[in-house]
Design a protein around this ligand. Sequence first.
Ligand SMILES: [Zn+2]
Length: 95
Amino acid sequence: MKKCQTCGAVQVQNDVRCAQCGVFYPTLAELLAAEEFYEEQKTFKGFLKRVWGAETIKQGLGAEFKAFKAGLSNTALLSLYVIAAFVFALLVTVI
Ligand SMILES: [Zn+2]
């Protein structure tokens, strides 16, 4: 039994809009397009599209880096900093 995504009323089969709140139900094509869009966000192609779509490449990369950082937990972020510091320390002692 499907329910309206907006108000939660039970969806009558083959109805194009909700009898309760009047919102139009998404069509299969819309759902598929949304799914495709969501899937593409996670791929490298989606990443390139976002960077390319930004005003400048630099802005696009900056936004991507922020999103990447926001997706990391504090522990993961700390690990990355420790690794960077370790590599830096190694380079300094070698050079
Ligand atoms: Zn509704």
